[in-house]
Write a protein that binds this ligand. Structure first.
Ligand code: OAD
Length: 260
């Protein structure tokens, strides 16, 4: 177990009142979900504008549905990993703990985290483009085998933020607020290049948070982070959660001395 945390981080693990965990595709790698960029990344094999855009959907909705159905099957067959579970443990001991995720894979919720802002949507949800009604898989299918709304017959699409689309307003505003209020901010497994989500670590830092990056590789955030914990997120988050649980369970030496 890793215990060589810097004094500044050890203090945050003990005392931080508000913590944000900002996650990207890297946190799900140990569950078997590929990242978007990097050697085996999804976007090295597929052009995002061909599948993850409104243009692509209007041009060939069946192809886009088929691709998301395939990704959904993969995601349903995997499990949250020790990194997701470590964040659940942290949430239990920190007064205000917020997950802000760019991931659509639903693994934070399946792990048991409660406060989650999903900036890029969720692959398990769909909605009607005409009336906005939301669906899991209970929509109907028309003659062309396309998912349509049972209420109004409109085309149903995945609830995923595509290229060129705005982030869900409430989720975004809540994420900015949580970042501004955070004492400690973890940026986990994200290349920190897709805006506006990628601006959150800097928003947190400007507002006074201690920013810790967790990633096997350096990113554009690394030079500005207060600390860079290099490696896979699962074991690092597990060690951080162990330390948080330990020091928040036991009164500190200072507390014991104060009590005499
Ligand atoms: P990226 O694929 O851009 O970056 C994944 C990051 O995870 C990289 O920095 C890797 O070094 C890191 N990584 C790899 N293995 C890891 C491990 N075991 N533990 C921790 N980190 C690891 O994915 P995101 O930053 O999430 O948007 O990409 C942001 C957005 O771009 C996605 O939400 C998606 C994509 O286009 C939409 O779909 C709207």
């Amino acid at each position: 177990m890793r215990t060589d945390f810097s004094p500044a981080l050890a203090r945050q693990l003990r005392e931080a009142h508000a913590v944000v965990a900002f996650s990207g595709a890297g946190i799900s790698v140990e569950s078997g979900v590929p990242t978007f960029r990097g050697a085996d990344g999804i976007w090295t094999k597929i052009k995002p504008e061909e599948l993850a855009s409104m243009n692509a959907f209007m041009k060939n909705p069946a192809l886009v549905w088929e691709w998301y159905a395939h990704r959904r099957t993969i995601i349903e067959s995997i499990e949250p990993n020790e990194g997701h579970r470590a964040l659940v443990r942290m949430e239990r001991v920190v007064p205000h703990f917020t997950i802000v995720t760019q991931n659509i894979d639903n693994l934070h919720r399946r792990a048991g985290s409660k406060v989650i802002h999903e900036l890029h949507g969720n692959i398990e949800r769909n909605y009607c483009m005409k009336c906005g009604r939301t669906y899991r898989s209970d929509f109907t299918v028309n003659k062309e085998k396309m998912p349509v709304c049972t209420e109004c017959g409109g085309l149903v699409r995945p609830d995923i933020v595509w290229f060129g689309e705005m982030l869900p307003e409430e989720e975004w505003e809540a994420s900015v607020r949580a970042s501004e209020e955070a004492d400690l901010f973890f940026s986990i497994g994200t290349s920190a290049v897709v805006y506006p989500a990628a601006s959150l670590p800097w928003i947190a830092k400007r507002a006074g948070a201690y920013v810790v990056e967790i990633n096997p590789e350096a990113t554009s955030l690394t030079k500005d982070a207060d600390e860079f914990l290099q490696g896979s997120s699962g074991p690092i988050l597990a060690a951080l959660a162990d330390e948080m649980e330990r020091c928040r369970r036991e009164p500190s030496t200072d507390d014991r001395q104060r009590r005499g």
